[in-house]
Design a protein around this ligand. Structure first.
Ligand SMILES: [Mn+2]
Length: 326
């Protein structure tokens, strides 16, 4: 039983079958789901003898470099290809300026679980109910390459593991567990993946965490909390933006906090804001107020302004939103 509309899935499979050359691309600042789901699809297509280019504007984070095929990611686009597969994002813009401007693909297939659906793809396998894009690729894989082995399995497992917060979030559905179970049956070792993904950090990350936690602010209502990170903190601890992954969960972990956000300075007068919700507040619509997007419980946006001003502005907006939902 497939979750997809049969006809749509068949059209996706037909697009893949017809293509000799494929570009598999995913969003900037790739996470475990972006890397794992893209690699899983790419490995299956390579196995079928297709020419595959894996594209990401940004490098694979160090804790996902162990994934089979990770070294194949690059930022070179071919002149043309039969099919562009866009994974874990719904628009070329989310994959960076270069891919947005590239017109070399004859067809486009979008596989995603974000709330915003693609408008430009010939076929969209999009399901916001899916725990991860990896879960959608898993279901496609059962049709595309039913006998897939360890290399594909470990990529899909990592995609689902990371997007469900290690099977702790509300998207850890029976379907996600069933997929993970089958992937373990195909040879994935959960402890091995855990060590690679969550316990392979440099000491600099913990030094950064100590600095970030010092910035903790809780709103007078106790329902919103923030942390921030500056270029200076990166420089002083010898860390960089990839090391901030997961740190936003600390402000959310405070009893009573419903919305947490983390502000990162990305340049002079430029910040990136990540939001996390405990569940009641839809942070995707909160981020949309500032031109961003995402999921109900995890979203983000970019904002102009210096860091303290951005923190104040976001606190004010979150407070308004929490008052409305009180
Ligand atoms: Mn995802």
């Amino acid at each position: 039983m497939s979750r997809f509309d049969r006809e749509v899935e068949n059209r996706a499979l037909a697009l893949l079958a017809m293509a000799d050359s494929v570009v598999v691309a995913t969003h900037v600042d790739p996470d475990g789901d972006a890397v794992g789901s893209s690699l899983a699809l790419a490995l299956m297509l390579l196995d079928q003898g297709k020419r595959v280019t894996l594209y990401d504007r940004d490098p694979v984070p160090y804790n996902f470099a162990f994934l089979p095929g990770a070294e194949r990611f690059g930022r070179q686009l071919p002149e043309s290809c039969d099919l562009l597969c866009l994974l874990d994002c719904s628009s070329r813009e989310r994959a960076g300026e270069e891919l947005a401007a590239w017109a070399g693909a004859r067809n486009m297939l979008c596989i995603d679980h974000h709330l915003t659906a693609s408008v430009e793809a010939e076929v969209s396998l999009v399901d916001p109910e899916a725990s991860a894009t990896g879960e959608l690729v898993y279901e496609l894989a059962l049709e595309l390459a039913p006998g897939f082995g360890f290399a594909v399995a470990v990529n899909l497992y990592t995609a689902i593991l990371t997007d469900t917060g290690s099977f702790r979030y509300s998207n850890a559905t029976p379907t996600a567990f069933a997929a993970a179970g089958e992937l373990v049956r195909r040879g994935v070792d959960p402890w091995e993946v855990t060590q690679q993904v969550y316990e392979s950090h440099p000491a600099a990350r913990l030094r950064l965490l100590a600095r970030v936690l010092e910035t903790l602010k809780v709103s007078p209502s106790g329902r919103a909390a923030s942390v921030w990170v500056t270029e200076e903190m990166f420089a002083e601890t010898g860390s960089n933006s990839e090391h901030t992954d997961g740190m936003i969960n600390y402000p959310r972990s405070i009893a009573g906090v419903e919305v947490a956000f983390m502000v990162r300075e990305t340049g002079p007068g430029e910040c990136k804001v990540s939001f996390r919700s405990r569940g009641r507040v839809n942070v995707a619509s909160l981020a949309a107020e500032f031109g961003g997007g995402g999921h109900h419980n995890a979203a983000g946006c970019r904002m102009g302004g210096c860091l303290p001003d951005v923190v104040e502005e976001v606190f004010a907006m979150v407070d308004r939103c929490l008052q409305k939902s009180a």
